[in-house]
Design a protein around this ligand. Sequence first.
Ligand code: GUN
Length: 288
Amino acid sequence: MAIVISGRELAAKKREYMKNEVVKLENKYGRKPHLAVILVGEDPGSVSYVKGKEKACMEIGIVNTTITKPVTITQEELLQIIQQLNSDPFVDGILVQLPLPKHINPTYVINSIRPDKDVDGFHPNNVASLYLKQPGIIPCTPKGILEVLDSANIEIEGKRACIIGRSNIVGLPVSKLLLDKNATISIAHSRTKNLAEVTREADILIAAVGKPLFVKKDMIKEGAVVIDVGVNRNPLTNKLCGDVDFDNVLDKVSYITKVPGGIGPMTITCLMENTIECFLKHMEDKND
Ligand code: GUN
C-alpha cells in the first residue's frame, strides 16, 4: 500500500513551531523577521504564489511587505527598489517573484540582491556555497523536498535518485543535496533518450518537468518513492495537477506526494525558515 506523504501537514507543524520561535526572537531582539516580496505584473500563478507567502508570514508572525509593480516597470526602476531594500536594516529577506517580463534580465535582478538577504538562494554566492558545501542559503523547493523525505524516514544513502528537470530552481540544487546525502544521481531532461529506461532505475524519482500528468506507471520502478514538484493545470479539467499521473502510478509506488498539498506548502514553509535564518544572521552580525 502506498503512503501519501502530506506536505501540508508537515508544513502546518513546522509553521506552528516557527510561530513560537518568532515570539521568542521578538522578545530577544526587539523586532520580528521581515520579508519583502516584489511582484511585477499580474500573472495569475505569480499572484497566487505571492498571496500564499503573505498568508504564511501572517500565520507565523513574520513581517511582510509586498511591493507590486506594473509589467511596464523598467529594469532600472526594479534594480533601484532592490537597492533600497538591500540597504534597509529592517529588511531581512528579499524575494523577486519569477518569471519577470521579457524586457527585464532575471540574472541582473538576482545578482543585485544582497546574498545575505537572498531568501531564494538564487544569488551566485549562495549557489557556489551549496556546491562547495559551505554555509549559505538553500533554495526553498529543494530544501522542502529533503524535509519531506526526512519526515517519512526515507533512506537516501546508496539509493538511486533520478530528477526529471534541470532548472536552477529545483532540478540542479535538489540533485546536489541528494548527492551530498550519498545518493547516486541521474538528471533527466527534454533531450534524454529512452527516458522511461532512466527513470525506471530510480528508487527516488523527483518530477520537476512542468508537464501535466507526464509521469506514468511504465516510468516507475516497483516500490519507488515519487516526489511531484509540478504545479500545472490539467488541460481537460483545468484543475491544479502535478507532473505525475497520481492515480495511474499509485499502486506501484511505496511513497508519493500529491499536488496540491505536497511540495508546494513545504516550499513556502522553507521560505519562512530561510527568512528567519537571514534575520538571525543579521542579528548576530550586528552584535559582532
Ligand atoms: N517562481 C516559481 N518558483 C519560484 C521561486 O522559488 N522563487 C521565486 N522568486 N520565483 C519563483
